[in-house]
Write a protein that binds this ligand. Structure first.
Ligand code: ATP
Length: 202
């Protein structure tokens, strides 16, 4: 997926000579200290950060900002902008309307992500962890073959981290690929992830 990838910001190297392979059925956890370049590597895989050197391939092609690419790839990174006036349930319905053949019904997603009691509220009124559950629900409701998750554990309590690990294991068991940047080695272990460590380049 990533071969000998280098990224520089101005003159400063952020990633140098990074290799990462992940195939169907695999969960890969990218770990490393703050600033090691985990988010940058995920952005390279999503085609949002062009590498200065090396190659990135996703399903055999360089990542491209096309409908076909985004049909296969779901990204969870920073909290998205919420649609004003739409509830939690309506955000999920939006995903279902756009993606048609979803992995979960809206009601199943509300159950699975423990949002039933929050379904009619605006996302902005939820707690940090509840909003993160909604972000994950939106990503896991839609069909995809590759999940790119940047610190999916953000704000989640211990019990829900365990549930997330199970969901990621199931996603991989169904033939999906998960690449996540994480500081939670327990989550990585529970999800059966192979660990790839990044060293800070500068
Ligand atoms: N757009 C940018 N311009 C300049 N430097 C950047 C930019 N984006 C990231 N960096 C730098 O690249 C390095 C890697 O950042 P990145 O966010 O990829 O690290 P990370 O491993 O995900 O860190 P964290 O664990 O804190 O989330 C940092 O030193 C950061 O300051």
């Amino acid at each position: 997926m990533a071969r000998d990838v280098g990224v520089v910001a101005g003159e400063v190297p952020i990633l140098t000579g990074i290799d990462l392979a992940a195939g169907p059925g695999e969960v890969v956890a990218v770990v490393g200290v703050n600033g090691a370049g985990k988010s940058t590597l995920l952005r390279c895989l999503a085609g949002l950060q062009p590498p200065a050197s090396g190659e990135v391939g996703v399903f055999g092609r360089p990542p491209a900002d096309t409908a076909a690419f985004w049909r296969d790839v779901a990204v969870v990174a920073d909290e998205p902008a919420w649609y004003p006036g739409l509830t939690v349930r309506e955000h999920l319905e939006l995903m279902r309307a756009v993606h048609h053949d979803t992995r979960l019904t809206v009601e199943a997603a509300l159950e699975e992500f423990d949002l039933v009691e929050r379904a009619d509220l605006a996302p902005q009124t939820l707690s940090t962890g509840q909003r993160q559950r909604l972000v994950l629900a939106m990503a896991l409701l839609r069909p995809s073959r590759l999940l790119l998750l940047d610190e999916p554990e953000r704000g989640l309590d211990t019990a829900f981290r365990d549930r997330l690990a199970t969901m990621l294991t199931r996603y991989a068991a169904a033939g999906g690929t998960v690449v996540m940047a994480t500081h939670d080695l327990g989550l990585a272990r529970a999800a059966g992830a192979r660990r790839v460590s990044l060293e800070a380049a500068a």
